[in-house]
Ligand binder design. Structure first.
Ligand SMILES: *[C@@H]1O[C@H](CO)[C@@H](O)[C@H](O)[C@H]1NC(C)=O
Length: 470
């Protein structure tokens, strides 16, 4: 029963692409043949016309009949170099395959591998993962049934019939599993490049170049023929195992660029471009806590700071989400936001802040404010928020203060006055005691109410309060 269901699903979803199967199990992978036909105009200039044709890779043995006889079949037969080995577990529908003719630039030579002929012609087959996980380029050697001298040269390319089946053998492949790299600053990074050749002791050259701002530098090169090595980053024993991965020095801003891994065994020349982008995400912070309390009509400067990001482009916005969310009200973008200028730090990163003056009104109490920072290093914007609580203007508190504060002072002063007659009677005997008593009362008032009482004791023992200061 479940088998039937699977087949039904495949009829609807897959069409002719065997999408549910992983690549090793697929005997036939649809491919586009980007065919070129070269014509020469009256002045003898070559004009190339490209034609996209339906084709496919069929994995099998020489003499196998074509599984899709109405398409062009590239029958890939037993070879030591098997592209399927590098694509294990990948679903066939995640692969894009493209075959092109390969021009040896006039270099006509017998390939050193087993079974090669003098007049073999060449194709490249590039298989890329749709999510950019890898790119693998294989070189397919085909021995034409009727050998013609110089057939590998584009001037002499023979036409391929619509239902042709070409028996080929994979003689070499070059792949990268890091076609596009995003990495932070001061990081260890290695760029993947791997190759395989169908014969030992090949005349091999491995090279890494860096292209940035229109400049090209060779970072590493090694030739097995001359034994010469220049530059560093690829261990020679790794090259012996088909591993040409380049280990970069700790990343810095200037590490950005396009790295080209080149592997050549004459007359074949394979390469992959690897783009490296430095990406450092911003650290986002606010100058306020997650809840801030303000009185009605109060103000507060609120700053959102994004620090330490790279590259420069960043988008910072402030939004207000009205209180009582769930009412379907959309956050509204604040238009009174000001920005600092970009600050450039020594490590190559940038900082920026976005701030506004928050005016608190009672009806905004409970509103949530959030700062949204979008940067290319992040799939989703970073959000930092706070909630505003607005309390009514503090008139009630002030009244209380006045009532209790000044009330108590009046009581104190009254007590003093009540005591004056006694002070007066004891004035001669006890002048010192009185003044220390007053000092004690005044410092009591001061410590409780924060009011400084300035007083003098007159000769006639009257107490004169000169001032009360808060
Ligand atoms: C290839 O060599 C690099 C060092 O250059 C190493 O880090 C990596 O693990 C090697 N990969 C394989 C598949 O051996």
């Amino acid at each position: 029963m479940s088998l039937n269901i699977n087949i039904l699903i495949c009829l609807f979803l897959c069409g002719e692409v065997p999408g549910i199967q992983s690549f090793e199990q697929v005997p036939w992978l649809p491919c586009q043949l980007v065919d070129e036909s070269v014509t020469f105009n009256d002045e003898g200039h070559a004009e190339t016309e490209y034609q996209h044709r339906d084709a496919g890779l069929q994995f099998g043995h020489p003499g196998d009949s074509a599984l899709n006889p109405n398409k062009i079949t590239f029958l890939v037969t037993g070879s030591k170099v098997d592209m399927r080995k590098y694509i294990e577990g990948v679903m066939a529908h995640q692969l894009r395959c493209e075959i092109r003719r390969y021009n040896t630039e006039g270099l006509q030579m017998r390939w050193p591998g087993l079974g090669a002929q003098e007049h073999d012609i060449w194709f490249t087959c590039t298989i890329r993962h749709t999510d950019g996980v890898f790119i693998i380029t294989s070189f397919l050697r085909h021995t034409p049934a009727t050998p013609t001298p110089g057939q590998a040269h584009y001037r002499n390319w023979a036409a391929i019939a619509d239902r042709a089946a070409l028996t080929t053998s994979t003689v070499m492949l070059v792949l990268t599993r890091s076609p596009s790299v995003r990495v932070g600053l001061v990081k260890q990074q290695s760029l993947h490049c791997q190759f395989d050749v169908d014969h030992k002791a090949a005349d091999l050259t491995v090279e890494w170049r860096l292209q940035r701002h229109g400049e090209r530098t060779t970072l590493f090169s090694h030739s097995s023929h001359s034994g010469q090595t220049k530059g560093s980053g690829v261990p020679l024993n790794a090259i012996g195992r088909g591993n040409a991965s380049l280990t970069l020095p700790l990343t810095k801003q200037s590490s950005e660029g396009t790295y080209v891994c080149l592997v050549s065994v004459p007359p074949l020349f394979g390469s992959h471009d690897i783009t490296l982008h430095i990406m450092e995400p911003p650290r986002v912070s606010l100058n306020v806590d997650s809840t801030i309390f303000l009185v009605d009509r109060g103000e507060q400067k609120v700053v959102c700071e994004a620090e330490g990001y790279y590259p420069l482009d960043v988008e910072m916005e402030w939004f207000r989400e009205p209180s009582g969310g769930g009412g379907g009200l959309l956050p509204e973008k604040l238009d009174t936001v000001l920005y600092s200028s970009h600050r450039h730090h020594q490590d190559g990163t940038y900082s920026l802040s976005a701030f506004f003056l928050l005016h608190a009104f009672l009806h905004n109490s409970g509103s949530k404010y959030f700062c949204r920072v979008s940067h290319s290093s992040q799939r989703m914007p970073i959000r930092k928020s706070f909630t505003l609580i607005v309390t009514e203007y503090d008139s009630w508190n002030t009244a209380l203060w006045l009532f209790f504060g000044f009330g108590a002072i009046l009581v104190m002063v009254a007590i003093l006055f009540v005591m004056l007659p006694r002070l007066s009677s004891a004035r001669k005997a006890n002048q010192v005691g009185t003044s220390s008593y007053l000092t004690c009362v005044s410092s009591f008032i001061r410590s409780i109410y924060g009011i400084r009482m300035v007083y003098v004791i007159q000769r006639n023992a009257y107490l004169q309060i000169l001032s009360l200061q808060q």
